[in-house]
Design a protein. Sequence first.
Length: 221
Amino acid sequence: MTFSIVARCATTGQFGAATATSSIAVGARVVHCVAGAGAVLTQHRTDPRLGQRGLALLASGCSAQQTVDALVASTPHAHWRQIAVVDAAGRSAAFSGARTRPEMSEAAADNACAIGNILANARVPAAMLWRFQNQPTAPLAERLMCALEEGLAAGGERTPVRSAHLTVVDTETFPLVDLRVDWHDQPVAELRALWKRYAPEMGAFVLRALDPDDPRSVPSP
């Protein structure tokens, strides 16, 4: 019972994703991103191993479609899985197994792909993709956050969402953004509040890892 979007910023080369679901701790299972290589979503009877496997395939030079095809071929339970991938060239691909529960749908374009299952209606991923594409100059994390909000406004899933996750990777081995709401009555709104609080401090947290002597590495009070 999950709706998600994975994307690449054509300007910065960043990768990221946003996801929400009715169960706890969606960020621990669904989203997998590596700077410079790509990003993978794996959901519906989720197997996080597919995310790690997908990142390895992307790092080896596989395209988004080749990665999806290899993941589907490598698991005996592909009929239960829903997968989305964006690669370093901005190509996207998705797969929904035959036992993915309705309403389920996919919406893919250059640099972004949205997927969902057990949705209130099949329009949710398309609404997410539209919102993402509607503000191309905004930071990637903001675009992803808006897409998640649009998915919820379009109906979300059939039961109330309880957890949400927003992540972006840039050039380092650690995430630029990694914000999670693991159990909340309004997790998407709470995630928005976390992002609003974190965004002004984001650069300082990266700088303190790279150059802690730089006075800009100290977040404001």
